[in-house]
Ligand binder design. Structure first.
Ligand code: PRP
Length: 183
């Protein structure tokens, strides 16, 4: 039986593992400088941000704590609606804390627009957003991104935490799925 290699199910690679890590190291050094004299709480948004959170946090040289939220956006198929339900809230209070939200992608921006408003209402000392990917052409709601890894066109991408039907998150690169893989 032929061995499966999910890498072969990509039509093209957009960013290799090495390119992703190099960019995360650059961003981490900027975050080190920004929070040099502050305690920062990294807030990862499950599930997609799992890889970014793991790698970005290990590139940081400052002290940081981590917490997670899980949210679900109601929408048709792959489209966000902007109506967001919190499935798992933070374990800690963020009032007067320096919070950095860590995301894999800002697509329409609807999810992050809601989430940032929600977190801002909890009165953190500061609130910033880092996202590995952003699709400027897809943006439907204003989202203030402090650090972005890569701006990409309006293509459906998988890998490095990003999924199609729950799969491909474990791919080390980020790429565009071969159309014949869509069922
Ligand atoms: C992705 C991503 C953001 C959201 C962005 O999560 O992690 O949370 O979509 O989309 P938007 O800008 O169009 O609102 P997704 O809902 O795919 O869940 P996942 O992280 O579990 O894959």
């Amino acid at each position: 039986m032929k061995a499966i290699d999910i890498q072969n199910e990509l039509a093209k690679v957009l960013f290799t593992e090495a390119e992703i890590q190099n960019r995360l190291k650059e961003i981490a050094s900027e975050i080190d400088a920004e929070y040099a004299d502050k305690d920062v709480l990294l807030v990862g948004v499950l599930n997609g941000a799992l890889m970014v959170m793991a790698d970005l946090s290990r590139h940081l040289k400052i002290h940081c704590e981590t917490d997670w939220m899980a949210i679900s956006s109601y929408g048709a198929g792959t489209q966000s609606s902007g109506i967001v339900r919190i499935l798992k809230d933070l374990s800690t209070t963020i009032k007067d804390r320096h919070v950095l939200v860590v995301e894999d992608i800002v697509d329409t921006g609807l999810t992050l627009h809601y989430l940032l408003e929600n977190l801002r209402s909890r009165e953190p000392a500061s609130l910033n957003l880092m996202t590995l990917l952003r699709k400027p052409e897809a943006l439907q709601a204003p989202v203030d991104v402090k650090w972005v890894g890569f701006d990409i066109p309006k293509e459906f991408v998988v890998g490095y935490g990003l999924d199609y039907a729950g799969k491909y998150r474990n791919l080390r690169d980020i790429g565009v799925l071969d159309p014949k893989m869509y069922s």
